[in-house]
Write a protein that binds this ligand. Structure first.
Ligand SMILES: Nc1ncnc2c1ncn2[C@@H]1O[C@H](COP(=O)(O)OP(=O)(O)O)[C@@H](O)[C@H]1O
Ligand SMILES: [Mg+2]
Length: 321
């Protein structure tokens, strides 16, 4: 059994019964619980409206209980954050032989770790901002000097922009480090890319139209993501060859990281039109203001159809629908 899952090679699914009984896994215990419950409710409603025998399950322990008596045939994973996106859930489901949506063990585990994802991209010549892995005792002033100010300091394993600071003066480094250190795992210091921010949704083999994110504040921080309603989303984010190039880069980065099924790649584009990969999200939001649904809509793929196609990503060789 390969940890890198491949999308289905079978034809599209037309009969909802072919999916069997589906658990929509949501909630969990991370800081992203509420967003996940919101996403999960939307996914559940969409599946039911298309005739799928779908049921909500809150968190991994409840799923394990339900899987013992084999109450489900497959899992739609919409558990955001480490719990749902770090490969552990995927390993559990592989071991139990239960089909699931999205990336497998390798792609999930790798992309939850920003440092190691960048190492893979770098090895393959895919562009990502210069960075230094901040080990305990690291001379941070020296690191900032190597990269060149301004820099961004972030925890390697977090999401939702938590623990992230932009640093323009060396005197602000200690504060940025103190904030990032509140979170578990390693830290990284990255070259701050000044320019535009983009995200590209991936659905099956296709990169969806890009979205340019234009926060009203300084950058796409926690507030801009979940609280402010003045963040602008432009879709498609670019036109012509530039848009094609951005989508192709996102697709390559996604596959290079061993990801499959669906997800979202975050990027920056500097003032000289050079693209830089930031990170991959393997179970991105599906709320009313989430970005993958916006991008799918730009192709005429409505929310219900999007959810159906994501569920199709659980139909694989050896586990057909
Ligand atoms: N190297 C960078 N240059 C400029 N902005 C960045 C950089 N890295 C992160 N950011 C900003 O911080 C936000 C969150 O960073 P990201 O790496 O996507 O982590 P996460 O979304 O998992 O918290 C990005 O959406 C972007 O606004
Ligand atoms: Mg991000």
């Amino acid at each position: 059994m390969s940890p890198v899952r491949r999308p289905a090679i079978t034809a599209r699914v037309t009969d909802a019964a072919a999916f069997g009984r589906v658990a929509v896994l949501m909630g969990g215990t991370t800081s992203e619980r509420d967003v996940s419950l919101d996403s999960g409710r939307n996914v559940l409603a969409a599946l039911k409206s298309r005739g799928v025998d779908a049921h909500p399950v809150d968190g991994i322990p409840a799923l394990v209980e339900a899987l013992k008596p084999k109450r489900f045939d497959r899992v739609f994973n919409i558990l955001h954050g480490g719990e749902g996106e770090n490969g552990v859930l995927q390993g559990l489901l592989e071991a139990l032989g239960v089909a699931y949506t999205g990336s497998g063990v390798l792609g999930s585990a790798l992309t939850l770790d920003k440092i190691r994802t960048k190492q893979v991209w770098q090895t393959l010549g895919l562009p990502t901002p210069r960075y230094v892995r901040l080990l305990p005792g690291e001379n941070v002033e020296q690191a900032a000097h190597e990269i060149g100010l301004p820099v961004i300091v972030k925890p390697s394993l977090e999401g939702s922009s938590v623990g992230i600071s932009r640093v323009f003066r060396a005197s602000d480094l200690p504060q940025a480090l103190a904030l990032a250190r509140r979170y578990p795992g390693e830290l990284l210091m990255e070259q701050l890319i000044e320019g535009g921010e983009f995200t590209v949704g991936i659905l099956g083999d296709e990169a969806l139209p890009s979205i340019q994110i234009v926060p009203a504040g300084e950058y796409y921080d926690y507030h801009a993501k979940y609280i402010a309603d003045d963040t602008q989303y432009l879709c498609p984010g670019l036109t012509g060859a530039a848009e094609e190039e951005l989508r192709a880069l996102a697709s390559s980065a996604f596959r290079a990281a061993g990801c499959a099924g669906w997800g979202r790649v975050d990027l920056m584009r500097d003032t000289q039109s050079r693209n830089f990969l930031l990170e991959v999200n393997t179970a991105p939001g599906m709320t009313s203001h989430s970005l993958v649904p916006k991008a799918a809509q730009a192709l005429g793929i409505g929310f219900e159809e999007l959810v159906w196609r994501i569920l199709e990503s659980s139909c694989e060789r050896g586990r057909p629908c």
